[in-house]
Structure formats: C-alpha cells, structure tokens
Design a protein around this ligand. Structure first.
Ligand SMILES: Nc1ncnc2c1ncn2[C@@H]1O[C@H](COP(=O)(O)OP(=O)(O)OP(=O)(O)O)[C@@H](O)[C@H]1O
Ligand SMILES: [Mg+2]
Length: 268
C-alpha cells in the first residue's frame, strides 16, 4: 500500500501495492471548493448525517447506506466528492489504482479485488474505485474476455460481503456500461453534470476571489465559459490569473478571454 505523505496509521496489508491512502487532513487540503447542485448536496449531507447516527439506525433495525456510485462527464466533481466525504467522515481514503488492480494473468484481477476489499474491511475507511467501468463492465458484452466476467463476479461477492464498517465509493463516466447486478448493489447514486449558470458563476467567483476588481467580470466570464466543465473553468481562470500576475495588473476580462481562446476547451 502506497502511503501519501501524512498517511501511515492504517495497518499494512501484506502484498498490496494497488492503492494510495490519504488521511482525512490531506483529503481536506484537496477539497478547497466543492460546488454541488442542491440535489447532490442533499444526498451527501443526508449520507453523512446517517453515518453519524449509526446506533440509532441499528436500534431501528434499518441498515445504513455505505455504497455510493457517482456518474457523469469528466471534470464535474466526482473524485472531489470522494475526498470531501472522507474529510467530512474523518476517515482515510483508499484510492485504488486500477492499472495495478487489473492484471493480465488469469485469476489475478479477481484475487486483487479480493485483497483490496479485505484490506478496506480491516479498519474504517472510504474505499474509492475511480474509473469503475474498467472492472465493472457488463458481463453480457460480446467482446468481454472471460477473465473480466470472473472479475465482475468476484466484485459482486466482495460488495455483498463488505459489511458496514467502511464506505465504498465508485465513479465512472460510462454508467451505461456498468453491469446491472453491480449497479443494483449501490444504495446511493449521484448524477453529475456540467455546471448550470448558477453553479458556474458561483465557482468562477470562488476562483477569482480577491483577484478581480473589474465590475461584472464574473458575470461576463460566466457567459463566456458556458458549456465548460468545472475542471476547464478552473484551468482557464488559473491561466488568466497567471497572465494578470505577469502583467502586474488586477485580473480583467481580457485575461479571461485570451485564456479561454488559448485553453480551447472541448465545450459540450
Ligand atoms: N463540482 C466541482 N466543484 C468545484 N471544483 C470542481 C468541481 N468539479 C471539478 N472541479 C475541479 O476540477 C478538478 C477535477 O475534478 P474531479 O477530479 O472531481 O472530476 P471528475 O468528475 O472526477 O472527472 P473524471 O470523470 O475525469 O475523473 C477538481 O480537482 C477541481 O479543481
Ligand atoms: Mg475522477
């Protein structure tokens, strides 16, 4: 298990080198701003509230949710939400490296999946599988090799045996490709999309912060950046800030406009 700089308090699992562990403080540093649509905000808040009321839910015999799948286009905050959850729940985040998990040797992928789930069960954590479609693809698709079908079966077993000590979070851009049986295992589903006008403006204002003094700059930028993902918006505003610093000027519309053209986002 690779440990990131401030990590190191989790027990070491023998032979696992497929994941990086981020301690809650580190997760907090990664999530400076998170702009979520109201519906997702509510889902996250309720999830955290429920986990804070474990005993009460046990008394009522109602199981707590602990398996989340997040899906939607790139750069819309799925990975960021996983870090936010770990921060809020004060749990370490175990980020699985899929390239290490998926193995060309027969049976190895399944045994890797088992190892990582066993590891995550040892002590409370957020187990995060990004680009989840890479291992949870539907078993029906004709070009799938048997090895991957076996891996999906293993994954199903692991999800069923996961218990409720830890949280399982998966993210994907390709939710339609996910195996339906896997899909059914999730108790919490969150859809992500490109920012609407309101979220875009909110995010741009957060990013500009004290930098811009030009009247109406955020509103103008908001119009220009229509169709951009949060990740694109961040890159464009950072580029514009750099230009402002080089010029020794406050951030202005010209910096944003030129940065947009230079960055040339794939607007959807
Ligand atoms: N909803 C958001 N609120 C604030 N910042 C965001 C949001 N979405 C994306 N960002 C910015 O873009 C970066 C990339 O976002 P993130 O990694 O969460 O995207 P993703 O949805 O996981 O994308 P992918 O599908 O490519 O993995 C973040 O580190 C953050 O700086
Ligand atoms: Mg991601």
């Amino acid at each position: 298990m690779n440990k990131s700089s401030s990590a190191g308090r989790l027990p070491r699992a023998k032979g696992i080198d497929m994941a990086t562990c981020y301690m809650p403080k580190e997760c907090a540093r990664k999530v400076r701003h998170l702009v979520l649509p109201t519906v997702n905000q509510k889902i996250v808040e309720e999830f955290i509230t429920i986990l804070g009321m474990r005993e009460t839910f046990e008394e009522h015999g109602v199981p707590i949710p602990n398996k989340i799948v997040m899906y939607g286009p790139p750069g819309t905050g799925k990975t960021l939400t996983a870090f936010h959850l770990a921060k809020m729940l004060e749990l370490p985040l175990i980020l699985v490296r899929l390239d290490a998990l998926i193995h060309s040797h027969l049976g190895e992928t399944g045994s890797n999946i088992r190892k990582i789930f066993e590891y995550a069960k040892q002590s409370p954590c957020v187990l995060f599988l990004d680009e989840f479609d890479a291992i949870a693809r539907t078993r029906e698709s004709g070009d799938e090799v048997k090895e991957m079908a076996r891996a999906v079966n293993t994954l199903l077993q692991c999800l069923d045996d996961f218990g409720d000590n830890s949280i399982f979070v998966a993210a994907t851009n390709l939710e339609k490709d996910l195996d339906r049986a896997i899909w059914r295992r999730f108790d919490t589903k969150m859809t992500y999309s490109l920012p609407d006008n309101e979220s875009r403006e909110q995010y741009i204002k957060l990013l500009i912060g004290e930098f811009g003094q030009e009247e109406g700059l955020a509103e103008l930028a908001c119009q220009r950046l229509t169709g951009c993902s949060f990740a694109d918006i961040e890159q464009i505003i950072l580029k514009a800030k750099r230009k402002a610093i080089i010029a020794g000027l406050p951030l202005c519309w010209q910096h944003v406009s030129v940065s947009y053209d230079e960055y040339n986002p794939a607007v959807q």
